[in-house]
Write a protein that binds this ligand. Structure first.
Ligand code: F6P
Length: 191
């Protein structure tokens, strides 16, 4: 039976201050999640576990304590917000009000200036999704927008809804294939 596991990185310093993108380290709470995740994964004794992360500090640090082979894939990096990287949503509203309004009405297709859209992320994820689909017991540690696209793919979410899929922090998501569809279970770590 095919099983795939997913998690966002632990809380980062940018999550704390509400900044988007960037390559911030984990916050103290994020580091606690990394420890709790490693302990939990250990207790599951998953055969031939592989860990896939993005190339950013916060996913690598989240995976660091897990005893399993690890790969760091640029396809799993967070949506790149180009000229808007490292801003808060308030700063976006102040400096790029038109951009924010455009994004609000077309979140799936909206592309940040010099950056990416959700559709761009879906495209760059394609080969990784095919690989994931053909394997089992992979734990993918990535980011909010990327995991929305990944879960949307496996759960057949309408494309327009993908940018709004709920992917909470500090939660392990498990997808199990039953027949032709995936069932989702979540475990929230008490951090
Ligand atoms: O805020 C965390 C974050 O991962 C940002 O880095 C990213 O830009 C954002 O979430 C994606 O979510 P949304 O598309 O809702 O802004």
């Amino acid at each position: 039976q095919q099983v795939l596991y997913f998690s966002r990185h632990g809380e980062s310093e940018f999550n704390v201050t509400g900044r988007i993108g960037g390559d911030a380290p984990l916050s103290p709470r994020g580091r606690l999640y990394a420890q709790a995740l490693a302990k939990h994964v250990q207790s599951l004794n998953i055969p031939s576990l592989q860990v896939w992360t993005s190339t950013l500090k916060r996913t690598k640090a989240t995976a660091a304590g897990i005893q399993a082979p690890q790969q760091h894939l640029p396809e799993l990096d967070e949506i790149y917000s180009g000229d808007c990287e490292s801003l808060t949503y308030e700063e976006l509203a102040a400096h790029f009000p038109r951009e924010l309004a455009l994004r609000d009405c077309e979140k799936l297709r909206y592309r940040y200036p010099q950056g990416e859209s959700y559709l761009d992320v879906m495209k760059r994820l394609q080969s990784v999704l095919f690989q994931m689909e053909s394997e089992s017991n992979i734990l993918t540690i990535s980011h909010q927008a990327v995991l929305r696209c990944v879960l949307g793919y496996f759960l057949d979410t309408e494309p327009e809804e993908v940018p709004y899929v709920h992917v909470p922090l500090h939660t392990i998501i498990k997808l199990t294939l039953h027949g032709h569809s995936y069932r989702m279970e979540t475990v929230k770590m008490p951090i």
